[in-house]
Design a protein around this ligand. Structure first.
Ligand code: PLP
Length: 450
């Protein structure tokens, strides 16, 4: 029997993050070389390494008997807790009626894109999840490339919007940003909001990494700056290290009553509601408590320590540029200064660079540029600094908080040896590349002389 698949499904690829698994299996051979007993240095996966907070786990166990369907927008206790959470941490007054709960923000972003008319504006580089959704929904879209500072500029947004004919446009803002780890500050958000008001652009503000902002007081939600036109999405996946729970929420803009009705129809049609026990567990995660407050504090401090180390260690490679993360557990490293040497070694796409790093003797996994919605020939990569035992490191941090710069470096060396060794491997790869290229040049010169 031959099954015929709809064309828009044929046209999209497996989302890059999930493809990565297959890729790693395919290219990473279990090396018999004694030097390679370390397995793999993992800079590719975007998962928080910490355990799910105890009180969330306990609430899940306690509510395992809740077998009835939940209301479509989410249980009342959870919408109330999310409302208070937003007030406490982000200074936002959101009535619970403006909150809808869904099975992860990825699904909710998809649902918003289904409901909202308009051309999508996607700043790049971008998280690898958006583009397949836009394509599946056959929406018109335009990329908005970042400037040299790796952020998009409001002027560029305006120029692009002026060219688009659509009555309504949708900007996907991701703040703090995956893959760069950068944060848009208040002034930048205000400038973006001015353009949005002027050009009738609505914003989906993906703020899944908000709680990881290292200097937490610096984070400001776009929902506060542009409340009439912003849909804020957030959830349990990164802040609570619970991506597998599949729970996210969206905050609707003020005065979007009819739109909420339309949205509810879509949720009811597609998945009815999020699992009831998971919603009860999430209540414990969003309620204000000392346990959760400490958890956010400790985890963001550890991410920051790992981020500082990774940034400084990679910056020792001559000529490469990396973003200095303000949040998340990623940074973007730009290896384009090596373009000539890479091409000489027949590495002419970012995919090839990922492949070259995964094989012997490097065994190092990174996410290459084309997975970040960059040109295939852009040698930039996302480096996730999370390859360590989160439970152990969390406890070690509590037992002995590193204070000075040197203590912080020691902390990384003692607690995340694979992060340290993996960065050394990346350095070694590029130093070998440079050396091979110089050797080639020398051999070529010798040939001319003789
Ligand atoms: C920027 C960004 N948005 C959304 C998601 C998905 O979040 P969720 O697990 O809530 O679907 C991720 C996960 O990696 C992400 O990096």
């Amino acid at each position: 029997m031959k099954f015929i698949v709809d064309q828009q499904v044929e046209d999209i690829e497996m989302p890059e993050n999930l493809k990565l698994n297959t890729f790693l299996k395919e290219f990473h051979s279990d090396c018999l070389h004694p030097e390679c007993s370390f397995g793999l240095y993992g800079f590719a996966f975007g998962q928080s390494p910490f355990p799910v907070p105890k009180i969330v786990q306990e609430a899940l166990i306690k509510n395992a008997d809740k077998g009835t369907y939940a209301p479509v927008p989410g249980i009342t206790e959870l919408r109330d807790a999310i409302s208070k959470y937003n007030k406490h941490y982000f200074g936002m007054d959101i009535s619970p009626e403006r909150i809808y709960v869904g099975p992860g923000t990825k699904e909710l972003i998809f649902n918003l894109l289904e409901v909202l008319h308009g051309t999508v504006i996607l700043p790049t580089p971008a998280w690898l999840g958006y583009l397949p959704q836009i394509r599946l929904l056959k929406k018109n879209y335009h990329m908005l490339p970042a400037r040299a500072n790796k952020k998009f500029s409001p002027d560029d947004l305006k120029k692009l919007a002026l060219r688009l004919q659509d009555r309504q446009k949708i900007l996907i803002l991701n703040n703090p940003h995956n893959p760069t780890g950068l944060l848009y500050d208040k002034l930048e958000l205000e400038e973006i909001a001015d353009v949005c008001r002027d050009q009738n652009i609505i914003v989906i503000s993906d703020e899944i990494y908000a709680q990881t902002t290292y200097n937490f007081s610096k984070f400001i939600s776009m929902g506060k700056i542009y409340p009439e036109g912003t849909f804020v999405t957030n959830g349990l996946s990164k802040s609570h290290a619970a991506g597998g729970y599949r729970l996210g929420y969206v905050i609707f803009p003020q005065h979007a009553v009819d739109l909420k009705r339309q949205f509810k129809k879509i949720l009811a049609t597609e998945y009815t509601a999020v699992s009831t026990p998971i919603q009860h567990a999430a209540v414990a995660g969003f309620e204000i408590s000392t346990e959760m407050d400490d958890y956010f504090d400790v985890t963001r401090n550890i991410h920051q320590i790992m981020g500082e180390y990774t940034y400084h260690a990679l910056s020792t490679i001559d000529g490469i540029k990396t973003t200095k993360p303000d949040a998340t557990f990623y940074l973007l490293a730009d290896f384009n200064v090596f373009a000539t040497e890479l091409q000489k070694a027949k590495i002419n796409t970012s995919q090839k660079l990922s492949e070259a790093l995964i094989v012997h003797p490097y065994h190092t996994a990174i996410v290459g540029g084309d997975s970040l919605v960059l040109e295939r020939t852009d040698f930039s990569a996302r480096i996730a600094y999370v390859d360590y035992d989160g439970a152990k490191v969390y406890q070690n941090y509590l037992d002995n908080k590193p204070k000075s710069t040197s203590e912080r470096v020691e902390f990384v060396k003692n607690n995340a040896p694979k992060v340290v060794a993996g960065i050394e491997m990346i350095c070694r790869f590029f130093s070998n590349l440079r050396k091979e290229s110089l050797d080639d040049l020398q051999a070529h010169k010798n040939l001319i002389v003789t």
